[in-house]
Design a protein around this ligand. Structure first.
Ligand code: DGL
Length: 271
């Protein structure tokens, strides 16, 4: 087991982890609730994208990597801000670490509460949408609804490109939505679960090609969970600069500096 000692300093960070930049969509709501929280944002660029990898690869890689991050940064809590890693490896990570671990679960429950037509889309990575975990959530929380699923790796890459400041081809967003609406029952779909943390970063682009459809994600719920689990703990008196740590740091990864700065992450280091 890897983790922190019980006498934790107020400077102990919150570790937010994703394959890439998608976890920023979760970090924003965490920072809104806990502005004093010191942040370490970790991105596994050496293995991004996760969505095209096998279950075995993710299940082997993610717990080992989280173990290294915990040893290095001694966080008070770890947030797996990635649906792909959470739906496949959350139990393995929890077994490997002795700090609280908060995962990301596709927001099917709030979507079913919001949908009037009873047709809900789940837009995630290929790896996430094929998980039995997603089917179980649908059964548990949206038993009467029709759940359409579509995996889009292109949308992950479009979100990455946006945060590097690059041009995105609008056809990518239309194609991702068509992957849902072209399925039987798709014309009645009124709510889409953004079941990949990259996708809220391109919510405006998705909305532009799908007027009238509501998009939901689980980031606010994750932030409330982090706040709840740390409610008795001390924080620094004022917000401090956060740090990003990447498993690969070449010229391309350095292009994220502006996007990271917008979340108070002022340095990027190599794990
Ligand atoms: N952001 C990730 C997710 O929530 C995965 C993106 C990827 O690496 O494919 O699923």
């Amino acid at each position: 087991m890897v983790g922190a000692s019980p006498s934790r300093s107020p400077d102990a960070p919150v570790l937010v982890f994703d394959s890439g930049i998608g976890g920023l969509s979760v970090l924003g709501p965490i920072q809104a609730l806990l502005p004093q929280a010191p942040i370490v944002y970790a991105a596994d660029y050496a293995a991004m994208p996760y969505g095209t990898k096998s279950e075995a690869e993710i299940a082997a890689r993610v717990p080992a990597l989280l173990g290294r991050l915990v040893e290095r940064f001694h966080p008070r809590i770890a947030v797996i801000a990635c649906n792909t890693a959470s739906t496949i490896a959350l139990d393995h990570v929890r077994a490997a670490l002795n700090i609280p671990v908060v995962g990301t679960v596709p927001a099917i429950k709030p979507a079913s509460e919001l949908s009037k037509s009873g047709v809900i889309g789940v837009l995630g990575t290929d790896a996430t949408v094929r998980q039995p975990y997603v089917a179980r959530l649908a059964e548990q929380f949206a038993g009467d609804a029709t759940i359409l699923r579509h995996g889009s790796g292109d949308l992950v890459l479009a979100a990455e490109a946006k945060l590097r400041g690059e041009h995105r081809d609008p056809a990518v967003f239309a194609a991702a939505m068509a992957g849902l609406t072209r399925q039987p029952g798709g014309d009645a779909m009124d709510v889409v679960v953004l079941a990949c943390t990259h996708f809220p970063l391109v919510r405006d682009e998705l909305s532009a090609v799908a007027p009238g459809i509501a998009f939901v994600d689980g980031a606010a719920g994750i932030a409330r969970r982090v706040e709840y689990l740390t409610r008795t703990q001390a924080w620094p008196d004022r917000p401090s600069a956060g740090r990003a740590v990447f498993t690969r740091l070449d010229a391309r990864e350095r292009e994220y500096a502006d996007a990271l700065n917008a979340y108070g992450l002022s340095t990027i280091e190599l794990l």
